[in-house]
Design a binder for this molecule. Structure first.
Ligand code: HEM
Length: 388
C-alpha cells in the first residue's frame, strides 16, 4: 500500500480497487487523481477512529467527551467545522506571507550553526529541527521552551504505544493563559477569541503533531532528490527566489510525504469512478498513485524536469496538480504554511550554499520503509557560503 511502485501498478489497472481483506473490515483503495479527490471530499465518508487515533488514544464515544480531547479527523462534521474554523480564519495567506521574514530568520539561524567544511547530516541538523522551529514561531512558543517541544515531537510522539502526554497539555495551557494576558503577533494569541482553553490546546497540539513530520519528510527527501539531479539544483541556485516555489510544488508531487490519505469509513453507500462502495467499508486514497495519474501528469512528462524549468524558470506556469495535501473538508490545514516553510528553506539553502553536495564517499541513502518512506540521514558538505 505504501510502496510507490506497487501503487503505480494499481493505478495502471484502474482508479478503484477492493483489497483482499479476509476477516477484517473490507477495504478499498482509490488510485486515480479525480477519484481520490472525489472520495476525500465525499460527505458519506468519515474519519475512521480506529486508524486515525494518533499519539493519544481516541475515546470510543467521541460525542461524550470534551471537544478538546478529539482530533479534527474523527470528530463529527459540525464539530470538525468549528475546530477547523478556529484555526483557518486566522491562518490566512496574507498572514502566512507576513511570517516569511521570521521563517527566513529561523532558517538562517539553523544554517549559521552548521559546519561548512565537514560532513553534516542535513536530516538531523536541518530537516528535523526546522519544521519544529517554524511551528513554534507560528504558535508563539518562546525560544527557551522550544527544545522541550522539539523533544516531545521528535522523540516522544513517534514512540509507541501512543499515550496521552499530560505534561504537554499542561505546558500549552500555561502558554494559552499567558497569551490571554499578553497577546502577541502569533496564532495562539489570534485564536484566543475561543471561549474554551481546551479548544485552543487541542488546536495547538493538532498543528504541532500534524505539521512536523511531513514537512521534515518533504525537506529531507526533497533535498536528496535535488542533489541527485545537479541540473535542477543549479537552476535553483541560479535564481532561488523565483524557482523555490515551483520546485516545492514538484517535490510535493514526487515525494508525497503522506503516501495514503487518512482512512475513511463509508457511513452510506458511496460511488467512486462508477464503482459502488457499500456502507461500513473502509476507504483509502493513495496520494502517491493520484500524483502519478497519467491523466494529470502525462507519462511522457520528464519527471526530472519541474514545470517552469524547460525554458528557464517560469514560476507563473502552472505546476502539475497533485493531491499531496489531500482534498475536501479535511484537506491539510497547514498547506499554505508548509509551502512557505519549504520554499523559504530550499531558497535559503540553495542561495547560501550553491556548492552543497553529498558528502564524499556517500554511496547509498537509507529510507525508513514504513507507512512513510522517509530519509534517515543525508550526509552532505555545505561548502563555501555565497555572500551577495
Ligand atoms: C509538506 C507538509 C505537509 C503535507 C504533505 C501534509 C499533508 C496532509 C494530508 C495529506 C492531510 C490529510 C488529508 C486527508 O486525508 O483528507 C493533512 C491533514 C492535516 N494537516 Fe497537513 N501536511 C503538511 C504539513 C502540515 C503543517 C505544517 C500543518 C500545521 C501547520 C498541518 C496541519 C494539518 C492538519 C491540522 C490536518 C487535519 C485537517 C482536518 O482534518 O481538517 N499539515 N495534511
Amino acid at each position: 500500500m505504501h510502496e510507490p511502485s506497487v501503487m503505480r501498478r494499481f493505478a495502471e489497472a484502474g482508479p478503484v480497487h477492493r483489497l483482499a481483506s479476509a476477516g477484517s473490515v473490507p477495504t478499498w483503495v482509490v488510485t486515480g487523481y479525480e477519484a481520490a479527490r472525489a472520495v476525500l471530499a465525499h460527505p458519506g465518508l468519515r474519519g475512521d477512529t480506529a486508524t486515525t487515533a494518533g499519539y493519544r488514544p481516541q475515546p470510543p464515544e467521541l460525542a461524550s467527551v470534551h471537544p478538546g480531547d478529539a482530533d479534527t479527523v474523527t470528530v463529527d462534521a459540525g464539530e470538525h467545522a468549528r475546530l477547523r474554523g478556529l484555526v483557518e480564519r486566522h491562518l490566512t495567506p496574507q498572514w502566512t506571507d507576513s511570517l516569511l521574514p521570521r521563517l527566513r530568520r529561523v532558517t538562517d539561524g539553523l544554517l549559521d550553526g552548521l559546519p561548512r567544511d565537514r560532513e553534516v547530516d542535513l536530516v538531523a541538523a536541518f530537516a528535523v529541527p526546522l519544521p519544529v522551529a517554524a511551528l513554534c514561531e507560528l504558535l508563539g512558543v518562546p525560544e527557551p521552551d522550544r527544545p522541550y517541544l522539539a523533544d516531545w515531537l521528535v522523540r516522544r510522539v513517534p514512540t509507541p504505544p501512543p499515550a496521552a502526554h499530560e505534561d504537554v497539555d499542561a505546558y500549552l495551557a500555561g502558554l494559552v493563559a499567558e497569551r490571554r494576558k499578553r497577546p502577541a503577533d502569533d496564532l495562539l494569541s489570534r485564536m484566543c477569541e475561543a471561549v474554551h482553553d481546551e479548544d485552543l490546546i487541542a488546536a495547538a497540539r493538532l498543528l504541532l503533531v500534524s505539521g512536523a513530520r511531513p514537512t521534515t519528510t518533504l525537506l529531507g527527501n526533497g533535498v536528496a532528490a535535488l542533489l541527485a539531479d545537479r541540473d535542477r539544483w543549479r537552476l535553483l541556485t541560479g535564481d532561488p527566489d523565483a524557482v523555490a516555489g515551483p520546485v516545492t510544488e514538484e517535490l510535493l508531487r514526487r515525494v508525497t510525504p503522506y503516501p495514503v490519505g487518512f482512512a475513511r469509513r463509508a457511513v452510506a453507500p458511496v460511488e467512486a469512478a462508477g464503482v459502488r462502495i457499500p456502507a461500513g467499508h473502509r476507504v483509502l486514497a493513495s496520494l502517491t498513485a493520484a500524483n502519478h495519474d497519467p491523466t494529470v501528469c502525462p507519462a511522457n512528462h520528464d519527471p526530472t524536469v519541474c514545470p517552469g524549468e524547460h525554458d528557464g524558470p517560469d514560476p507563473g506556469r502552472a505546476p502539475h496538480p497533485h493531491a499531496s495535501f489531500g482534498h475536501g473538508r479535511h484537506a491539510c490545514l497547514g498547506a499554505g504554511f508548509a509551502r512557505a516553510v519549504v520554499r523559504t528553506a530550499l531558497g535559503t539553502l540553495a542561495g547560501r550554499f550553491p556548492g552543497l553536495d553529498l558528502a564524499p564517499g556517500t554511496r547509498e541513502l537509507h529510507y525508513r520503509r514504513s507507512r512513510v518512506r522517509y530519509l534517515l540521514a543525508l550526509p552532505v558538505l555545505l561548502g563555501p557560503e555565497h555572500r551577495p
